[in-house]
Design a protein around this ligand. Structure first.
Ligand SMILES: Nc1ncnc2c1ncn2[C@@H]1O[C@H](COP(=O)(O)OP(=O)(O)OP(=O)(O)O)[C@@H](O)[C@H]1O
Ligand SMILES: [Mg+2]
Length: 250
């Protein structure tokens, strides 16, 4: 589904991502790991249109994503979360999820339908859809609470709901497990496996080892913007270059 080929991202003299290549298939959980500053978020940003790669190719279902805006890329069914909490705290959980649908529908559409009888129906359908997603993630009863009142773990699930609601086929999660309790982490892992089992591809950036090892189909380790190793969790865990990079850090 997603093909990244020889992607390089430079910021002035700094090469944040260097000659990176990987592919993500339908229904798989593909994890990027690596020390702080390794280039994980930059790789996300380059795929989702927030920064321009200096070199290389990025394509999704055979179509290039280069020179597309973040909204256009989201409109193609690639949704992401952000490393810093992207929850709208003063809005309800339901409204947070609905925001994911508005992004998928051009503003002109809303302008045309507002006031028309069909607007009410569209709104009802959007609400029903959002509630169904929340139910699937096990937080249906939170729908009308303020998002800011939820636990960290539940807020992560709301972000995932927002990414999923518009029929995303690829979701990209930047460190969703940061600050979660072990219980919430386990719940998140189950949700991710369930999402992937429904044919949705997940690209995960994560440090939390137990989660990464439990849910990932494949892992790519980045170090100073370069791919150090890629493969199944067991192989990556034992990889010499990976062990050295992590030991060197501590
Ligand atoms: N917009 C930017 N302008 C200049 N340099 C940047 C920019 N964004 C990131 N960098 C630099 O690129 C490198 C990679 O950063 P990035 O945020 O991608 O790392 P990361 O792997 O996500 O790290 P972390 O685990 O801390 O989130 C870092 O040296 C960072 O300072
Ligand atoms: Mg990051």
């Amino acid at each position: 589904m997603l093909h990244v080929e020889n992607m390089t991202v430079r910021f002035g003299g700094l090469t944040a991502v260097s000659d990176l290549s990987f592919q993500v298939r339908q229904g798989e959980i593909f994890t990027m790991m690596g020390p702080n500053g390794a280039g994980k978020t930059t790789a996300f940003n380059a795929i989702t249109g927030f920064v321009r790669p200096s070199d290389g190719k990025v394509s999704y279902k055979g179509q290039s994503l280069l020179n597309r805006s973040p909204d256009e890329i989201a409109g193609q069914g690639i949704r992401r979360t952000f490393q810093n909490n992207g929850i709208l705290r003063e809005m309800t959980v339901l409204e947070n999820v609905l925001a994911g649908l508005e992004l998928a529908i051009p503003h002109a559409f809303w302008r045309t339908v507002l006031g028309a009888p069909s607007a009410r129906r569209a709104e009802r359908e959007a609400v029903a859809r959002s509630r169904a997603i929340l139910a699937r993630l096990g937080i249906a009863e939170m729908a009308d609470r303020n998002a800011g009142d939820l636990s960290f773990g539940q807020q992560r699930l709301v972000e995932i709901a927002r990414a999923l609601v518009a029929d995303a086929q690829l979701i990209m999660l930047d460190e969703p497990a940061v600050g979660l309790s072990p219980g919430d982490r386990q719940q998140l892992g189950l949700v991710l496996r369930d999402v992937a089992a429904n044919g949705i591809a997940i690209v995960l950036v994560e440090h939390v080892q137990d989660l990464v090892m439990a849910v990932s189909d494949r892992i790519l380790v980045l170090n100073y913007g370069k791919c150090l190793a890629e493969g199944k969790p067991d192989a990556v865990r034992k990889d010499k270059a990976v062990l050295e990079a992590y030991l060197g850090q501590e």
